[in-house]
Design a protein around this ligand. Structure first.
Ligand code: ZN
Length: 235
């Protein structure tokens, strides 16, 4: 097409000299303002998670992101290289450690932090006496994976009809509960619901909230003491 265009080298030179410094300057300025605002607040709730450059356990780089959950804004990103911390497994904790050190240096007081269930993170936060909650995305993913596996076993195919509803139920439970016991009551009501029982013993959640309409698919209900039921609720 004979289109005139600048060379990649030229683009890189401009990026290095102009674009990148501008991006970094803008980020630093807005991060400063965010940290200043957060340091004025008494109870900051954060979310944190690691993103790696490749799936599995062979990542070379990971970036740990910390987010202020009341405004859904990213407060800090730490880039960690696996060989500086003794392997990719250790990147997650190191990223969090660095972010928390920055927040502490800027006078930010944490109320609690929401993360996945990475064992090193759990131990670190416990040792530091920081309240930790598990994020619902990782919980739902873990539970769904297990249920999917069970639903592929012989005799448990019925469970497949429930995978989506149960996943929704996890998110709904997390989003609508204000206390721990309420969460437990709502979450465990699923044991009854899948058996076509919609009133529950726990006074914190005595009744399902859905319409009492008749389902067209009567075969979906599970019977107690059948493989899909006891594999789903082993206790
Ligand atoms: Zn129900």
């Amino acid at each position: 097409m004979q289109l005139q265009s600048y060379q990649y080298d030229t683009f890189r030179r401009h990026a290095r000299a102009v674009i990148e410094p501008a991006v970094i300057h803008h980020w630093k300025t807005s991060q400063d303002a965010m940290l200043e605002r957060l340091s004025q607040e008494s109870k900051v709730i954060l979310g944190g998670d690691m993103r790696a450059d490749s799936p599995g356990h062979s990542a070379k780089f990971g970036s740990y992101t910390v987010m202020d959950l009341s405004t859904n804004t990213v407060v800090d990103i730490q880039l960690v290289q696996s060989n500086e911390v003794g392997g990719s497994y250790h990147m997650e904790k190191e990223g969090l450690v660095r972010s928390l050190a920055l927040l502490e240096a800027r006078g930010v007081t944490l109320d609690c932090i929401v993360t996945d269930r990475h064992p090193q993170i759990q131990k670190f936060l416990r040792d530091r006496n920081i309240t930790q909650y598990y994020d619902v995305w990782h919980m739902a993913k873990g539970i769904s994976k297990k249920l999917e596996k069970i639903s592929k076993q012989k005799g448990c195919e019925k469970l497949q009809k429930w995978l989506k509803s149960i996943n929704n139920h996890i998110y709904w439970t997390a989003a609508t509960s204000t206390t721990g016991p309420e969460r437990v009551a709502k979450w465990t009501s699923i044991v009854n619901h899948v058996q076509n029982i919609h009133t529950h013993e726990d006074p914190l959640f005595p009744k399902c909230l859905h319409d009492a309409r008749q389902t067209r698919d009567k075969k979906k209900w599970l019977q107690p003491a059948t493989p899909p039921f006891y594999k789903m609720f082993p206790n």
